[in-house]
Ligand binder design. Structure first.
Ligand SMILES: NC(=O)C1=CN([C@@H]2O[C@H](COP(=O)(O)OP(=O)(O)OC[C@H]3O[C@@H](n4cnc5c(N)ncnc54)[C@H](OP(=O)(O)O)[C@@H]3O)[C@@H](O)[C@H]2O)C=CC1
Ligand SMILES: Nc1nc(=O)c2c([nH]1)NC[C@@H]1CN(c3ccc(C(=O)N[C@@H](CCC(=O)O)C(=O)O)cc3)C=[N+]21
Length: 297
């Protein structure tokens, strides 16, 4: 079998057009321009790339982008001070603090200081609790993007066995919550899972969010299963050139899967589009306006 390729890049481009339409309507009808603030502490080159492309796409859909780059020596008090200022700024509807933060900063404390209504990453404990209890929340962007691709491909996910590999707060756990919310039977696997290959072989849907290049081989995949590859791993070839690969071995998995996301061009672009979608949703909620359909779950 040759897997159907779930084209996240194309899906995200369509989603951004829908977002741009909503942004234009907010401006024309209400004189409101959604604003997204991104805070980057330190000089991590990969993070700088993400922050730049987030800023560019934010402006492309007609929203305001506020970038705050702070040195990696920034104190916790200064960072909390900036977040307090962004919380109070009516032009800012969404706040994202790029993770990981330098080691001397307490990321739980920092994330929980963001106004939950502006927490477009969905990482604040209040949003985590709302999602876990099936209430209206800000939903983390990467899992939201994965769910959109899965719903688009399958329609209903009810009754499917989903195996999520990885239990991080930013991907694995919220992904599992969303799949459960769509009535999948969900298994969360991690580094202490006893027999990972046997577990993955049972899955109708596999979501790999591990951070290990090409860890999942094709012979772990049940024929016809859907494979969502969240991993972003930069690898260096013998000739010194670098490339981006996921957590699954694409060629061997694509040979048995029914559908698969590529890296790059799969989940990554969906994450950024969902960040913009969450910012529009947050802006509508902040202004007491009906929120657009199709931008969240
Ligand atoms: N495409 C996108 O938009 C995004 C991509 N990413 C990428 O997704 C990947 C995961 O990110 P993130 O969740 O933040 O990573 P974390 O490092 O926070 O979590 C990794 C998880 O994988 C588990 N794990 C590690 N080794 C194994 C193993 N050998 N077998 C089974 N499970 C294992 C860990 O288990 P344990 O808990 O037991 O240690 C942990 O739960 C990374 O490549 C990251 O770059 C992340 C965010 C967005
Ligand atoms: N607070 C916070 N929120 C995040 O959502 C967050 C974060 N911190 N820290 C880092 C991770 C990682 N992440 C990615 C987003 C987009 C791509 C993406 O667009 N990738 C492109 C390729 C980009 C390239 O070529 O480097 C693709 O897969 O096609 C990747 C990774 C968001 N993260």
């Amino acid at each position: 079998m040759n897997a159907h390729v779930l084209d996240g890049k194309a899906f995200a481009a369509k989603l951004r057009i829908t977002i741009a339409d909503h942004v234009a309507a907010l401006q024309a009808g209400h004189g409101i321009v959604p604003g997204l603030a991104v805070v980057l502490v330190g000089e991590d080159p990969a993070s700088q790339v993400y922050v730049r492309s987030k800023g560019k796409m934010t402006v492309e859909v007609g929203m305001r982008s506020f970038e705050h780059r702070l040195p990696d020596t920034t104190s916790e008090a200064d960072l909390l001070g900036l977040i307090a200022q962004l919380n109070a700024d009516p032009a800012v509807h969404g706040i994202l603090v790029q993770l990981p933060l330098p080691g001397h900063l307490n990321s739980d404390l920092v994330i929980n200081s963001i106004d939950p209504a502006k927490d477009v990453d969905g990482f604040h404990i209040s949003n985590v609790g709302l999602l876990g209890t099936g209430q209206k929340a800000m939903v983390p962007c990467t899992p939201l993007g994965c769910l959109m691709l899965l719903r688009d491909h399958h329609g209903s996910l009810a009754g499917k066995h989903a195996v999520v590999i990885g239990r991080s707060n930013i991907v694995g756990k919220p992904m599992a919550q969303l799949l459960l919310g769509d009535s999948c039977t969900v298994t969360i696997a991690h580094s202490r899972t006893a027999d990972l290959p046997a577990m993955v072989r049972q899955a109708d849907i596999v979501v790999a969010a591990v951070g290990r290049a090409r860890m999942v081989p094709g012979d772990w995949i049940k024929p016809g299963a859907t494979v969502i590859d969240v991993g972003i791993n930069r690898i260096v070839a013998d000739d010194g050139s670098t490339s981006l690969v996921g957590d699954v071995d694409y060629d061997s998995c694509a040979a048995v899967a029914g559908a698969i996301t590529p890296v790059p061009g799969g989940v990554g672009p969906m994450t950024i589009a969902c960040l913009l979608a969450n910012t529009v949703t947050a802006c509508c909620r902040a202004n007491g306006l009906a929120e657009p359909e199709g931008l969240t779950v």
